[in-house]
Write a protein that binds this ligand. Structure first.
Ligand code: NAD
Ligand code: IPM
Ligand code: MN
Length: 368
């Protein structure tokens, strides 16, 4: 059988730097575990704009649709801030998510023991933390119409619309319940049903799907603002959190700090199964292009490397190999290796992106 195709879109800023380490990990799996991929590379975001005048070409879009999985670094940067909205790097990523219909974004936040003292929260609050935020990714206020900036009278008005159909809510709720069954069997759904009709519908539909299909899973509901507070107060009360596109964006950045750094958080954006049974899938770190450190070899590659681990698990049925990679990351952290983002106020000597990659490859070798 032909090797599965993996389309790599390094993107902008630190994207190419962290992706270079992932490529070495991919090569390691080919050489040492016989897990081979037909790797292709293409442009998305600002670099695509520089080359083609748009952040994602139709040709790249078609390649993403045809790939067995897509791995993305990050997009964006100050250089592109003044561009028309339709040409911004972020539009390239949003087009990929929308056209591939990647409605379920899994954002795990796991606190590795070696980093428990480094979180901005106390050790006892975060040690052993292992939660997943399931963020709806293809609807809500990110895509609702009407939108735009219009002139009314003599002033400008900015408009975005929060819109959810019950089908959109039900399908992401199912992903959360299914995932919970493989974990601690607990889902907390977050919205603002106290002020938003879309939140009222969200709560109703999640409750209906639960009663009809997942009565064995414990379900609770929380207003998203209170949920943000609870995530900081006692995050270990959660197992799976399911929420909408915008709340999920905010809550997952907050959850990142429970693990020590935004440079640690991977994600999987999943859609419906393809003809070959694999889900449509794009894997990407939660962080952005980090323009403040781009080009300096300082970026933490772990979020991107752990995103590849998620690809092994969710797209390529290689859960044991994913666990091997995760354990290798944990091992390197336990040995005390830290990129700059993982050093606390007391300082220490940071390692480079490349040195972190080297250490993870060495730990992979040792795992054999
Ligand atoms: P960011 O995530 O790029 O950076 C926030 C902070 O975290 C910065 O101080 C950065 O140095 C640090 N950081 C992030 N990732 C890191 C890593 N791997 N290692 C070490 N430090 C890391 O968010 P931002 O500054 O708000 O956004 C910058 C650009 O990235 C914007 O154009 C934004 O739209 C874009 N963005 C893209 C994605 C994506 O491609 N998925 C996600 C978020 C933001
Ligand atoms: C993320 C990012 C994106 C989002 C941007 C870059 C479009 O912040 O993946 O979390 O807002 O979804
Ligand atoms: Mn975000």
């Amino acid at each position: 059988m032909a090797d599965p195709t993996l389309l790599i879109l390094p993107g902008d800023g630190i994207g190419p730097e962290v992706m270079a380490e992932v490529r070495r990990v991919i090569d390691w799996y080919g050489a040492r575990r016989g897990l081979r991929f037909a790797v292709e590379e293409d442009l998305v975001g600002g670099c695509a704009y520089d080359a083609h005048g748009i952040p994602l070409t139709d040709a790249t879009m078609a390649r993403a649709q045809a790939a067995d999985a897509v791995l993305l670094g990050a997009v964006g940067g100050p250089k592109y801030d003044a561009l028309d909205f339709s040409l911004k790097p972020e539009r390239g990523l949003l087009r990929l998510r929308k056209e591939m219909d990647l409605y379920a974004n899994l954002r795990p936040a796991q606190c590795f023991d070696a980093l428990a003292d480094f979180s901005s929260l106390k050790r006892e609050v975060v040690a052993g933390l292992d939660i997943v935020i399931v963020r709806e990714l293809t609807s809500g206020i990110y895509f609702g119409e009407p939108r735009g900036i219009v002139t009314e009278g003599n002033e400008r008005v900015g408009i975005n619309t929060q819109r959810y159909t019950e089908g959109e809510i039900a399908r992401v709720a199912r992903v959360a319940f299914e995932l919970a069954r493989k974990r601690s069997n607990k889902v907390c759904s977050m919205e603002k049903a106290n002020v938003m009709e879309s939140g009222v519908l969200w709560r109703q539909v999640v409750t209906e799907v639960h009663a009809a299909e997942f009565p064995d899973v414990a379900l609770s509901h929380m207003y998203a603002d209170a949920g943000a507070m609870q995530l900081c107060r006692w995050p270990k009360q959660f197992d799976v959190i399911v929420t909408d596109n915008l709340f999920g964006d905010l809550l997952s950045d907050a959850a990142a700090m429970l693990t020590g750094s935004l440079g640690m958080l991977p994600s999987a954006s999943l859609g419906a199964p393809m003809a070959n049974g694999r889900p449509k899938a794009l894997y990407e770190p939660v962080h952005g292009s980090a323009p403040d450190i781009a080009g300096e070899g300082k970026a933490n590659p772990i979020a991107c490397i752990l995103s590849f681990a998620m690809a092994l698990r969710y797209s390529f049925d290689a859960g044991e190999e994913a666990a091997r990679l995760e354990a290798s990351v944990e091992r390197v952290l336990a040995d005390g290796l830290r990129t700059a983002d993982l050093l606390g106020p007391e300082g220490g000597k940071p390692v480079s992106t490349r040195a972190m990659g080297d250490a993870i490859l060495a730990a992979l070798d040792e795992s054999l």
